[in-house]
Design a protein around this ligand. Sequence first.
Ligand SMILES: NC(=O)c1ccc[n+]([C@@H]2O[C@H](COP(=O)([O-])OP(=O)(O)OC[C@H]3O[C@@H](n4cnc5c(N)ncnc54)[C@H](OP(=O)(O)O)[C@@H]3O)[C@@H](O)[C@H]2O)c1
Length: 165
Amino acid sequence: MITIVVAMGLDNEIGADNQLLWHLPTDLKHFKELTSEHPIIMGRKTYESIGKPLPNRTNIVVSRKKDWFEEGILIVGSIKEAIKFAKKINEDIFIIGGGNIYEQTLELTDKLEVTLVKANLKADVFFPKINAKIWEKRDEICHEKDEKNEYDFCFQTYERKIKLS
Ligand SMILES: NC(=O)c1ccc[n+]([C@@H]2O[C@H](COP(=O)([O-])OP(=O)(O)OC[C@H]3O[C@@H](n4cnc5c(N)ncnc54)[C@H](OP(=O)(O)O)[C@@H]3O)[C@@H](O)[C@H]2O)c1
């Protein structure tokens, strides 16, 4: 099972200046619960934005750069290679961004774990449109903003209507 995890605004915005657009501790906790103990695949820019390997998960970073090494992460030269390695580690694989990687992996993905943030924010990176002909929303749990979380948001789970073979 390949799952994309993404937090997006109302216009599918996900990032600006290589940073996230919001501070939502409840979403970070949700992300940790979903991905811990599983391999996570990310683009080089997302890795640099996080700045360090995320603990208790195999961090697989996709880059075309040659001769780049960093402690605590597995660097691979293609998405195909990333998925091949991830499958050897665990059958549940999580793709965690960013925009460039989401665009290339959406068609390979079985499930979307979306945090829909109820805001319109200025961004330079976006998630592709979720096509209702392909994806069905199976679950939604919404939270109102509070002293820790600056916007209302909903956790949504989408599954493919037609399974990948
Ligand atoms: N809201 C969210 O859920 C969320 C999640 C993750 C990230 N983000 C945001 O998204 C933004 C970053 O996204 P981005 O689209 O700019 O970059 P990205 O997808 O994180 O990384 C792009 C990089 O990945 C490598 N890459 C991409 N496709 C490849 C391929 N087929 N083979 C080998 N390497 C490949 C390249 O690295 P090299 O240049 O090294 O070759 C490319 O420059 C940031 O603002 C971040 O905060 C948001």
